[in-house]
Design a protein around this ligand. Structure first.
Ligand SMILES: [Zn+2]
Length: 123
């Protein structure tokens, strides 16, 4: 009897089907930044708008998508929206954090501006 009750509780709590995150393709206008940097972002504390320390290869800025949104590009681990431009940029504008210091600044310059197809996780 207790076993049946437990089974009933477990079935009642189990989601009927887990929603798959949908991936939406976007022609992304990419730029690249380092931080803290007096050239890329004068006056910046070095923290992201979400309050965390940015992580090279993970942190990306976007003004529309919620913090935590994953941005997929091919086989590589996703970027995660953790920062803002702070200027009402459209959803397709992304700024990728590449690191700190002169080497990172140089890398950001060399990457320039690019248009890439990325896949945005919809929540
Ligand atoms: Zn810089």
């Amino acid at each position: 009897m207790i076993r049946l009750l437990l089974l009933t509780v477990i079935l009642a709590l189990a989601p009927i089907e887990a929603p798959e995150p949908e991936l939406i393709p976007i022609e992304a206008k990419m730029s690249f930044y380092c931080s803290p940097c007096n050239i890329c972002c004068p006056g910046s504390s070095g923290l992201t708008a979400s309050g965390i320390i940015p992580i090279a290869g993970v942190t990306v800025s976007n003004d529309v998508l919620p913090f935590g949104t994953k941005i997929y590009r091919g086989e590589e681990p996703p970027w995660i929206v953790q920062d803002r431009f702070g200027g009402n940029n459209p959803i397709e504008r992304f700024d990728v954090f590449v690191g700190s210091g002169p080497e990172a600044h140089q890398r950001a310059l060399e990457m320039g501006r690019q248009t890439w197809t990325v896949f945005v996780e919809s929540k």
